[in-house]
Design a protein around this ligand. Sequence first.
Ligand code: HH2
Length: 259
Amino acid sequence: MRPLVMGVLNVTPDSFYDGGLFLDPAAAIARGEEMIAEGADVVDIGGESTRPGAAVVPEDEELRRVMPVIEALAGRVRLSIDTSKQRVARLAVAAGATLINDVSAQLALAEVAAETGTGYIAMHMRGTPADMQVDPVYRDVVAEVCDFLRSRALEAVAAGVGEVWVDPGIGFGKTLQHNLALLRHLDEVVALGWPVVVGTSRKSFLGRISGTGDAPASERLEASIATAVYSMQAGAQMVRVHDVSETVQAARLVGEEVA
Ligand code: HH2
């Protein structure tokens, strides 16, 4: 089977790449439908940007953004809710989301997954979006991220979650060198034994390593596909991407899926 493709759908004004494009519910639903047609296995809906420096969004506003989109797309594709708030996760699941994507890896959200029988993604982040890129320091980034993910995954299992995913959190409190070390040693994250999700899509470190430099995120498609393929080859079972159609083609190639 080919690796899975999770399409990113940010219902926000300020996400670093698609911010503002899908704030209108009708536009978000249309993009969700497009991603389904493009072959997305999961659509990940978020109402709060976690880009470096992003501010926290009030709970009611986050719900106002995501709920109409979840309600419209439920039952048509697997939906994931990208949130750090327990109540948002709970209501999103009640409306049809079956995966909780928790960039803050808190027990409170794993407990919602356990109670409701949904899947749970524990992602590594150093600090919070407000401060995470202020001089992140690790003794050994790969070992520390693996230790963190192991402990959060075990905690989720102990809480009763049946489907646990782990994610090294590329770009979340990491320098270029930290991101590259995690990609280079992704086999160590895979060896933890839980299915792995990786999100490199359009992130700024790609510009610095691929030669497009400080050019906008619109210039980072090729590097996004390259790192998605790299991650899938290293054993990631799912990649989180903005460019669904291109990445599904790449995933088919990796999975040798004959049309
Ligand atoms: N990256 C972002 C958001 N959520 N979730 C997981 N599991 N893994 C990731 O790498 C990840 C994530 C950041 O990307 P994006 O949603 O496009 O931007 P923003 O946070 O500005 O909305």
